[in-house]
Design a protein around this ligand. Structure first.
Ligand SMILES: Cc1cc2nc3c(=O)[nH]c(=O)nc-3n(C[C@H](O)[C@H](O)[C@H](O)COP(=O)(O)OP(=O)(O)OC[C@H]3O[C@@H](n4cnc5c(N)ncnc54)[C@H](O)[C@@H]3O)c2cc1C
Length: 363
C-alpha cells in the first residue's frame, strides 16, 4: 500500500486548487483523477467577476483563458424579458480551458498528478483504485464532484423529482453573436431553466437544469424536450434553431442544496462534495476554488484534525448564498412566479445585481 500525507481525489477545479495551494506551501500532495485527459464536463461555463479575481489571486492568467467577456444578465419568461448589468465583468469559458489551466498550474507547483486512475471506493482516508491498488492518505481531500463516492456517501436531498443537467453546443455564427452578445441568458420554463453563454470560440454553451418529470412528460427523449421548449419559448427557439438536440451531454440526480455541515478529522470535502449550489447562481466553480484554498490553508495550519473546523466554517460561509440561490431557483421554475419576477426585474434592473451579489461566496 502506498502512503502519502495529503491525498486528493478528483482533478476538477476544487481538487486542482487544493493541489496548487498544498504544493506551493511545501506539502507534496498526490492528486488522483479517473480521466486520462482533461475533458469538457457539463457546466454552464460562466465565471463571475469574483471567480475571475480568485483565479487571478491563484496566479492563473485569466486573459490567457481567452473566454468571452460577459457584462449583463438577460432573463426570459412567459413572453417577457429583462436585462441588467452584472456587478463586474464575467467570462464565458469552457471547462476544458479552465480545468486544463488549473491542472497545469498544480503540476508546475510540484503536485504529483496521476491520471487515468478511477477510484472504486474509499475507507476513511484510504482509496482503493479500480486496478486494485490502495493509497492511504493521512488526510483525504475529497473533490470527486456532485455524485457519491462509495464509502463516503452523503445524505443528499431527494424531492422525488430529481434534477437533471443537459448541455448542447450552438455553433459560432454572426446570428448567435447578435442574439446573445455579451450577456449570460437565462430562459425560464416550467420546472427548469436554460442558461446560455458564448465561450472562447464564439459558440454557445447551452445548459439546462430541469426536473426529470418534464423530460418524462414530453416523451422521454431530449429531441422532444427541446421541441417542447422551443414551442413554449420563442427566444430560445431562435437560438437553438438548426442545432442538433438529440444527443445532449447529460448528468443525472444533481443534489442541489446539499451542504456538508459537519466534518470528520482527516476528511476535507471540497467543491460539490462540500456544497451544491443551484446552477443558475453561476457560483459552483467559485465554491470549488474557495474550498480548495480554504481546506489547504486549514491543513497547513493544523493538519488532519483541522478538517472538522474547516468544514463547519466553510459550511457556515455558504449558508446565505445557498439559501438565496435556492429561493431564486424555486421562483424561476414556477411560471406563475417567474414571469412577474422578470417583469419586476425589467422595472427595477438593480435587483439583478443585488441577487448576483447575494449568491457569491464570502472571499
Ligand atoms: C447544469 C449545470 C450547469 C452549471 N453551470 C455552472 C456555471 O455556469 N458556473 C459555475 O460556476 N458553476 C456551474 N455549475 C456547477 C459546477 O459545474 C460545479 O460546481 C463544479 O464543477 C464543481 O467542481 P468540483 O471540482 O467540485 O467537481 P467536478 O468539476 O465535478 O470535478 C470532479 C472530478 O473528480 C473526478 N472523479 C469523480 N469521480 C472519480 C472517481 N471515482 N475516481 C477518480 N476521479 C473521479 C472527475 O472525473 C472530475 O474530474 C453547473 C452545474 C450544472 C449541473
Amino acid at each position: 500500500m502506498r502512503r502519502t500525507a495529503a491525498l486528493i481525489a478528483g482533478a476538477g477545479p476544487a481538487g486542482s486548487v487544493a493541489a496548487i495551494a498544498l504544493a506551493r506551501a511545501g506539502a507534496r500532495p498526490l492528486l488522483i483523477e479517473r480521466q486520462r485527459e482533461t475533458g469538457d464536463p457539463l457546466c454552464g461555463g460562466f465565471l463571475s467577476w469574483r471567480t475571475i479575481d480568485r483565479l487571478a489571486g491563484l496566479g492563473i492568467d485569466t486573459d490567457a483563458l481567452g473566454g468571452t467577456t460577459i457584462r449583463s444578465v438577460r432573463l426570459f419568461a412567459g413572453g417577457r424579458s429583462a436585462e441588467s448589468r452584472l456587478p463586474g465583468a464575467a467570462m464565458g469559458v469552457s471547462r476544458h480551458r479552465l480545468d486544463s489551466a488549473l491542472l497545469a498550474e498544480a503540476r508546475r507547483a510540484g503536485a504529483g498528478v496521476e491520471l487515468g486512475c478511477a477510484i472504486r471506493e474509499a475507507a476513511g482516508t484510504t482509496l482503493r483504485l479500480a486496478d486494485g491498488a490502495t493509497i492511504a492518505g493521512a488526510s483525504l481531500f475529497l473533490a470527486t464532484g456532485k455524485h457519491e463516492l462509495r464509502g463516503h456517501g452523503r445524505n443528499t436531498p431527494g424531492d422525488g423529482d430529481p434534477w437533471l443537467g443537459l448541455r448542447i453546443r450552438l455553433p459560432a455564427t454572426p446570428r448567435l453573436e447578435r442574439l446573445v452578445g455579451d450577456a449570460v441568458e437565462l430562459h425560464l420554463f416550467d420546472r427548469g431553466y436554460a442558461g446560455l453563454v458564448r465561450q472562447e470560440d464564439g459558440g454557445g454553451n447551452l445548459c439546462l437544469a430541469l426536473h426529470k418529470s418534464l423530460l418524462v412528460e414530453t416523451g422521454g427523449g431530449p429531441a422532444a424536450l427541446f421541441a417542447h421548449l422551443a414551442q413554449a419559448l420563442p427566444d430560445l427557439a431562435d437560438r437553438i434553431a438548426g442545432a442538433p438536440t438529440d444527443h445532449p451531454d447529460a448528468v443525472a440526480a444533481v443534489p442541489y442544496g446539499w451542504r456538508a455541515q459537519f466534518g470528520v478529522a482527516g476528511l476535507f470535502r471540497l467543491g460539490d462534495q462540500a456544497a451544491v449550489i443551484p446552477s443558475l447562481a453561476g457560483e459552483g466553480i467559485d465554491i470549488a476554488l474557495a474550498s480548495g484554498s480554504a481546506a489547504a490553508a486549514a491543513w497547513m495550519q493544523g493538519g488532519a484534525a483541522e478538517a472538522v473546523t474547516y468544514q463547519r466554517r466553510f459550511s457556515a460561509s455558504l449558508r446565505r448564498p445557498l439559501a438565496v440561490a435556492d429561493w431564486l431557483k424555486q421562483l424561476c421554475e414556477r411560471p406563475g412566479l417567474a414571469a412577474p419576477g422578470v417583469a419586476l426585474m425589467h422595472a427595477v434592473p438593480a435587483l439583478a445585481g443585488l441577487f448576483a451579489r447575494a449568491t457569491r461566496v464570502a472571499a
